[in-house]
Design a protein around this ligand. Sequence first.
Ligand code: 13P
Ligand code: SF4
Length: 322
Amino acid sequence: MTVEKGYVDAPVAPGTNLVEEIRRLKKEKQAVVLAHYYQSGEIQDVADMVGDSLAMAQYAATLTDARIVVVCGVHFMGETARLLCPDKKVLIPDLNAGCSLADSCPPDKFEEFVKAHPGHTVVSYVNTSVGVKALTDVVVTSGNARRVVDSLPADEKIIFGPDRNLGNYINAQTGRRMVLWDGACHVHELFSAEKIAELKAAHPEARVLVHPECKRPLTLMADCVGSTAALLKYAQESDAQEFIVATESGILHEMRRLCPDKTFIPAPPSDSTCGCNDCAYMKLITLEKLYNTLLHEMPVVEVDPALAERARRPIERMLQLS
Ligand code: 13P
Ligand code: SF4
């Protein structure tokens, strides 16, 4: 069996009940499945935990009994689990599940950027490659970026990468003047203030939930700006009945599960008149690929051993500060 295509391309026997088989294999192989909120509903439903990037890292860091960890998310999430679970086999159902934001920050170019700003502390969003993390002093997620930046001395000079929108948002929140890498997520940049304004006009009572990877005009019109976990919490605790949701559409599954009586309206991307905004990388993970991954214990997430130690340190620093 090979993973030439980035995933196990093996036919599944007709009539296989994938959900039952995944549950059986998890038990048989002492495997746990971690899923991000942007995964499809059917993946979320068979996972042992579903969370945002921070919760996934925290969960991986405390795993003891498992022999195998399967990350249903994108590649940098698999790498984070790999770094935090050195004694476990870490698998991802499709190695092609990348991230446009992580790709917007090549390590060699980021190294030049860091060298051009001597004396700066390097704060990196978790959506980065291991090569970028190895150049980083402390990693953040959208769930803890403000807390981590607030923990640094007020006069500390900071480089923040790679997401310009999250960086701008944190600068506005904290009054800092972090130097920003000019990267972005292609999914979140597609949301437009005009579309949200149209939806708000049609649903005046609705609260607007916005992920901080969105552009500034959107965060300015939001009732809540936060990580996927923070948006969920807001929806659960709010007395509002309707919510306009400007983040990847996978989150709607958990929002509707936790708040069955509330209405969640996905904000469409600017180039569409209807429909949701999907991360094509996240949606590469399917039940069939997850089943084959558990069955064949492939593909394995590998991390360059020369970078692993340097990349692990800023993640552990983040976990201590969270
Ligand atoms: P969070 O899980 O931190 O909300 O991040 C969203 C994201 O884009 C992950 O790729
Ligand atoms: Fe990366 Fe954007 Fe997809 Fe998140 S939604 S994994 S930031 S491309």
